[in-house]
Design a protein around this ligand. Structure first.
Ligand SMILES: *Cc1c(COP(=O)(O)O)cnc(C)c1O
Length: 348
């Protein structure tokens, strides 16, 4: 039997840029070869890139700690990375999860008094602890730190609400984190996500947890010259045609050709995460040529203007314009959403 054909959508992951981004963020975190400070958030399938591809690259670069949100995400990675490198941010939500974390050796991050109880009742042992210092999302509140008594805490975490802004809350949270470090016995402490790393050495702690910037996102001006683009979505042309002045393109005929034009239909649509917000505003590329989106993005297809690339034909590939900071600016979507939206039909 022959294999499944390769398909018309490819997500190109630049492994070298990914590794370089991790090394740069590690250095900014105060890390050094052999003594890494930066972990990596690989939750949500490494922000949509494919955790099974991303995780080994990061470990090879020197990263020693990978954060997922759910136990199921850790389970899916166990064939690819050692259990001891994985940590589950959502923590053991019930006794079954606590038992599973114990059995596999995947690190539990304890977030609540109940999770602490599940952990102790499952046998206890080394865990991480997430403390809430002002985001009010997930983590033990400062007033409840007593609930952590007796836990064997490796990394004492907290998470910043406004790291990508010049907000007074950053320093407030840092001071509360210092307070928690005094109150809870622990080996190491962590506060910074990608943007937090750009806040400077006071936010490095013993470990950082970058996510977005590893994958080419630029959440803070300080990272602009540091982070390289990692993700390049590519799609194949399904059909090429010449339309006349006055012809319309796509659903509801929102684009009306001002002149005769050569246009191409690309196998990429909103079901792939190329949302309708790109209708009439997005663009693809072929080399240096910019190929604007014409009319509405449909579920599985988008029509583009081929005027700048007359040689392109059916079966040729184009690259989606997906430099994250620029794409976020153009679309109104966040850089996080732009990554995590990219659908399962992309070959990774
Ligand atoms: C997702 C997440 C991160 C990574 O954040 P980025 O902004 O993507 O760098 C770090 N820490 C925690 C607790 C997270 O949930």
């Amino acid at each position: 039997m022959s294999g499944v054909p390769a398909g018309a959508l490819r997500l190109e992951i630049d492994s070298e840029a990914l590794a370089a981004n991790w090394r740069a963020l590690d250095a900014l975190s105060g890390g050094a070869p052999g003594a890494p400070r930066a972990g990596a958030a690989v939750k949500a399938d490494a922000y949509g890139l494919g955790a099974a591809v991303v995780a080994p690259v990061l470990l090879e670069a020197g990263c020693a700690r990978l954060f997922v949100a759910h136990c199921g995400e850790a389970a899916a990675l166990l064939g690819h990375v050692p259990a001891g490198a994985l940590a589950v941010l959502h923590g053991p939500r019930d006794p079954a999860e606590a038992a599973w974390l114990q059995a596999t050796g995947v690190r539990a991050v304890i977030n609540t008094a109940l999770q602490a109880r599940h952990w102790r009742e499952a046998g206890g042992g080394v865990c991480d602890l997430m403390v809430d210092t002002g985001m009010n999302r997930l983590g033990l509140p400062l007033r409840a730190l007593g609930e952590a008594a007796g836990l064997e805490v490796d990394v004492l975490h907290t998470h910043l609400a406004c790291a990508d802004e010049d907000s007074p809350l950053n320093e407030v949270q840092r001071l509360r984190w210092e307070e928690a470090r005094q109150a809870v016995t622990h080996r190491r402490a962590a506060i910074a996500n990608s943007a937090g790393i750009a806040l400077g050495a006071a936010f490095s702690g013993d470990m950082t947890r970058p996510g977005l910037a590893l994958y080419g996102g630029v959440p803070a001006a300080g990272l602009a010259g540091v982070v390289r683009q990692v993700v390049r979505p590519r799609a194949a042309l399904l059909q090429v045609r010449t339309i006349a002045a006055g012809d319309t393109v796509g659903y509801n005929g929102t684009f009306v050709a001002p002149r005769q034009m050569r246009v191409g239909t690309v196998a990429l649509g909103y079901a792939d995460g190329y949302l309708r917000c790109w209708s009439g505003t997005g663009a693809m590329r072929a080399g240096e040529a910019r190929l604007p989106v014409l009319g509405r993005v449909s579920m599985d297809m988008t029509v583009i203007d081929l005027s700048a690339a007359e040689k392109l034909g059916e079966g040729d590939w184009v690259e989606v314009d997906y430099d994250l900071p620029a794409a976020a600016e153009a679309s109104g979507l966040s850089q996080y959403e732009l990554l995590t939206l990219l659908g399962r039909r992309f070959a990774r």
